[in-house]
Design a protein around this ligand. Structure first.
Ligand SMILES: Nc1ncnc2c1ncn2[C@@H]1O[C@H](COP(=O)(O)OP(=O)(O)OP(=O)(O)O)[C@@H](O)[C@H]1O
Ligand SMILES: CC(=O)N[C@H]1[C@@H]2OC[C@@H](O2)[C@@H](O)[C@@H]1O[C@H](C)C(=O)O
Length: 361
């Protein structure tokens, strides 16, 4: 089935869209993909409802209509007939994630999107898992496993390996030889660096790690950062975007823009290194996806912190900008078929669980 995936990630940079041909088990073919950036106003509007307060309904409607425009433009641009697309996986935008209170909230109106684009939609991928006692995240591991097993007709990759996603938050999937998984959020991804860069340079990211490259890492601050209680918890575990902000700002207070960026980058790498201690067996390689792989200082910092080779996912032919959108296309097909989305080893849910809500136009 041809499936479209849509992801609005925690870094608030825009909407990722991707087309995948899949039966929900293996990937037959990967189609085109794109990222449509949010304007500054959209970003501010989304930030204004993080936590689940403010004009949520209005922002949800705007977000949904924006996704509808993204889909229409994407399909038209690639001359794809909407009638040939079987399903759209619509993640929406996480505005609140508190699984310990059995709450997770992704805004995005599935019925409205289906009506606007004339294609069946699956959304609300996380609620069923959280209601059943899981973390509701990460969800992408089953897709990572399908990719590691290989595109249809190609050989798989040598395991165990780790796929590390560095978006707003960091999350890792450990995949063993027999396809078993362990997945969890590692700690911060780029969100701390983004917010620091915004405050110090007026740009919402440390472009190519330029700030961090000119700074010095405060090792005592890194040590102190790792005392956050999140790192004592055993996986599976998951994070809200701003979990580390209070502690991180305390630790870099007074630092220069450069030293702060270098130290925040080191926080991310050090928390990934700590994550590796939870793996059942050491990995042969690390494949890095998400925007963090574009930051050379981050990749260097990871290379120093980890004992196995660290490479962007492009090293094995994947597209690190499209991977999450592809995953929600894959998950939508799985949801339609009532297949498992989450396991005790990926979200801590007591038993393997399907999920998603279906909408017809
Ligand atoms: N050239 C670059 N230099 C430095 N950082 C970059 C660069 N390109 C992207 N990034 C970082 O990547 C982030 C976007 O990553 P990505 O699109 O993977 O996040 P996301 O999908 O929104 O988040 P999540 O996976 O947490 O939901 C940006 O906010 C920025 O921090
Ligand atoms: C609640 C939520 O939206 N979590 C996101 C976030 O961004 C990265 C990390 O934290 C991951 O747990 C998850 O996204 C990916 C797509 C996932 O579920 O696999």
């Amino acid at each position: 089935m041809l499936a479209l995936g849509l992801m609005s990630g925690t870094s608030l940079d825009g909407v990722d869209v991707a087309l995948v041909d899949t039966d929900g088990e293996t990937v037959a073919r990967l189609g085109p993909a794109a990222t449509i950036a949010y304007g500054a106003d959209q970003r501010l509007a989304l930030m204004g409802v993080l936590g689940g307060t403010g004009p949520v309904a209005e922002v949800e409607r705007d977000l949904t209509l924006f996704h509808a425009r993204v889909v229409r433009d994407f399909l038209a641009g690639h001359r794809i007939d909407p009638a040939s697309v079987g399903i759209t996986g619509f993640h929406g935008h996480t505005i609140l994630h508190a699984p310990h209170e059995r709450r997770t909230w992704q805004i995005g109106d599935g019925a409205l999107l289906a009506a606007e684009i004339g294609i069946n939609v699956v959304n609300d991928f996380r609620s069923a898992d959280v209601a059943a006692g899981g973390q509701g995240a990460p969800l992408v591991p089953v897709y990572h496993r399908a990719l590691v097993a290989g595109l249809e007709g190609s050989a798989g990759l040598e395991t165990p390996l780790a796929v590390l996603n560095l978006g707003g938050v960091g999350n890792v999937t450990w995949i063993s030889d027999d396809g078993s998984l362990l997945a969890f959020d590692t700690g911060p991804g780029n969100a701390l660096i983004d917010d620091w860069a915004q405050a110090h340079t007026g740009r919402p990211l440390d472009v190519d790690g330029q700030l961090a490259a000119g700074g010095r890492v405060n090792r005592d601050a890194v040590e102190a950062f790792l005392h956050h209680s999140y790192f004592d918890r055993h996986p599976p575990k998951s994070l809200d975007r701003d979990e580390f902000h209070a502690l991180a700002w305390e630790l870099v207070r007074g630092a220069s823009a450069e030293d702060g960026a270098a130290t925040l980058t080191a926080f991310t790498a050090a928390s990934v290194a700590l994550a590796a201690y939870s793996f059942p067996r050491p990995v042969k390689r690390w494949l890095v996806t998400g925007g963090g792989r574009r930051n050379p200082e981050m990749m260097k910092s990871l290379g120093r912190a980890l004992p196995a080779p660290v490479e962007p996912v492009e090293a094995v032919g994947w597209n690190g900008d499209a991977l999450e959108a592809q995953a929600f296309a894959f998950l939508a097909v799985r949801s339609l078929a009532g297949k498992v989305l989450t396991y005790p080893e990926t979200t801590g849910v007591p038993a393997a669980q399907t999920g998603g809500r279906h909408h017809v136009p």
